[in-house]
Design a protein around this ligand. Structure first.
Ligand code: CP3
Length: 327
């Protein structure tokens, strides 16, 4: 049977999530272990998914080391003082498990609740975190980020190295507390071309996967719009590469290379179409995933959209399980 879980399976698509959050700010919610535990478990009460993903955010570790970041509703992460100079770099320091006691407490509690169901821990990758820090918020063209990357490569490498250390600290704390797999989110890395990825981004991401290697937990590497980067992502060191909907999983797997599993890649917007469309698209993802050869974890190509009907996700999980059991 093909395993299935969804990025953003917890969150605004669930009425019980909106109720649990109430008027509590996103980062405040992430710092309350009992709320983190409750929200992480909510989708597992509805769906027969094969994994839970910790309810948190990629900017939580930045906040934990003292960065003045907030998450604004319907906007995303916003940084009070964007990071633009060598002096600003001093604001970053490595993350210790003691910096995130609410994370380790929630992970321990969750692992006890979940029994055999895996809990996926996660972190943001250096490029994607750097973009939020440098731009000061979400960005379409990542202009200032690229201006530093091209114009001040020494500063850029120092920044990405510091962000890699923070990700290593955050992921290691989750694994030590019992997380049984990790996913590194490099959501916006698709805006970088292959030559620049190889030189300016990849080495820092690889450092994270290498640091996690001794823990033996499966490592997943996800980005959006990465079609032309898949070969390099395959070399970066993860065990599984997450793929968005812009490329078929069979072709993605050829680009990633032998020995790696693929994860994905139904367009989250397909879930807004009638069920017969969803069903045929999901079956096509399964067909191509099976053709990929290195193993397939069914997921969407990016997170669940807030307007998605939870009943449709429930049905999709059952379809993935029954169709792949028969195959
Ligand atoms: O997948 C899960 O269910 C786990 C929870 C999770 C969240 N953020 C919760 C969240 C995960 C894995 C993340 C990672 C994250 N955060 C990423 C990488 C994943 C991706 O989508 O590419 C990124 C880029 C961020 C930054 C971020 N945080 C954005 C873009 C937003 C959305 C802004 C908005 O309101 O539209 C957030 C806020 C956020 N993180 C929410 C949730 C459930 C919404 C907050 C709310 O409920 O109001």
């Amino acid at each position: 049977m093909t395993p299935v879980w969804f990025m953003r399976q917890a969150g605004r698509s669930l009425p019980e999530y909106r109720q649990a959050r109430g008027s509590i700010g996103m980062l405040e919610a992430c710092a309350r272990p009992e709320l983190v535990t409750e929200i992480t478990l909510q989708p597992l009460r509805r769906y027969d998914v094969d994994a839970a993903i910790l309810f948190s955010d990629i900017v939580v570790p930045l906040r934990a080391v003292g960065v003045d970041v907030e998450i604004k509703p319907d906007v995303g992460p916003v940084v009070g003082q964007p990071l633009r100079s060598a002096a600003d770099l001093a604001r970053l320091r490595p993350l210790e498990p003691d910096d995130v006691p609410y994370i380790t407490a929630a992970v321990r509690e969750l692992v006890a609740w979940l029994g055999p169901t895996p809990l996926i821990g996660f972190a943001g990758a250096p490029f994607t975190l750097a973009s939020y820090l440098i731009e000061g918020g979400p960005s379409k063209n990542h202009e200032r980020t690229k201006a530093m990357m091209y114009g001040e490569p020494a500063l850029w490498h120092q920044l990405l190295d510091a962000l890699a250390d923070i990700a290593i600290g955050f992921l290691s704390a989750q694994v030590a507390a019992g997380a049984s797999a990790i996913q590194l989110f490099d959501s916006w890395v698709g805006v970088v071309g292959p030559d620049d990825y190889r030189e300016l981004v990849g080495p820092h991401t690889s450092k994270i996967f290498a640091a996690l290697e001794p823990t033996r937990v499966p490592r997943i590497h996800f980005g959006v719009g990465t079609g032309e980067l898949l070969g390099l992502l395959g070399e970066a060191g993860a065990d599984v590469v997450g793929v968005d909907w812009r490329i078929g999983l069979d072709e993605a797997s050829r680009r990633i290379g032998a020995g790696k599993a693929v994860q994905g890649n139904l367009d989250p917007a397909v879930l807004l179409a009638p069920w017969d469309v969803i069903e045929s698209r999901a079956r096509e993802v399964l067909r191509r995933g099976a053709a990929a050869g290195g193993g397939h974890i069914f997921n969407l190509g990016h997170g669940v959209l807030p307007g998605t009907d939870p009943g449709v996700l429930s049905r999709l999980v059952d379809l993935v399980h029954s169709a792949s059991a028969r195959a």
